[in-house]
Design a protein around this ligand. Sequence first.
Ligand code: GUN
Length: 285
Amino acid sequence: MLNKIIDGKKISEHIQNKIKNKIKKKIKSGKRPPGIAIILIGNSYSAKIYVKKKKNACKNVGYIFKYWNFKNHVKENKIINLIKKLNKNKQIDGILIQLPLPVNMNTNKILNSISYKKDVDCLHPYNAGCLFQKNPRIHPCTPKGIITLLKRYKINIKGLNTVIIGDSNIVGRPISMELLKYKCTITITNKHTKNLINYTKQADLLIVAIGKSNFINKNWIKKNVIIFDVGINKLSNGTITGDVNFKSVYEKTSYITPVPGGVGPMTVISLLENVLYIYEKYYKK
Ligand code: GUN
């Protein structure tokens, strides 16, 4: 039964084509293209891969794409001054700081210097607060991608016992806010959770974002669970794996996202949608 594999790649390509056509029309009518600026600090292989995917998708739909890659020890002020310039740049609609930042950096200070109007990640305190108030201005990218998939597959999640593994600001926390709106019952777990398996075995909907290759296997889940695997891990032999052991759990699931080709492409396309949303607001003014 192939249709229980949630095809994020196909859906993201479909949305990407729609955006591309929209941008063509906007350019024809004399408008400028939407623009995004991405700042990456450090040399992480996986972060570079994420940024490359974002770049390829942006270029494909005709967005302006500006990119900076700084060394780990770059001064915080240099980044903040660049962000201040980008806040004023009329060609740039969205600014994204690729996370995580090196441990020596004050992540919140840097993120908070992005204008909330250009915050494509919903990480600025104002935007995060609006999400918390059930009145989001913008939807965070990975959670938005997951919600899009749930809607496309017409999966009714009302009342589902939902377990989220990982309490990060880009996945665990915001997806809990999004899913609460759909009346899920939520448990957010973290690396200190005792007897994690007791929670995962109760889950109707399991969202895994811990960055540990093949961490969840069939012994951790109940029958007919819906699994969203947010992990992207690179093994020493170059293979990309998720946080869930797909082969092991497959038979027991009612829906599952593969890695690659599940949540990853949806995060990228949600970013493109967010940039377009901000851009359209700009032209409405
Ligand atoms: N690192 C991994 N995913 C993301 C994302 O969606 N946004 C940001 N800013 N950093 C990330």
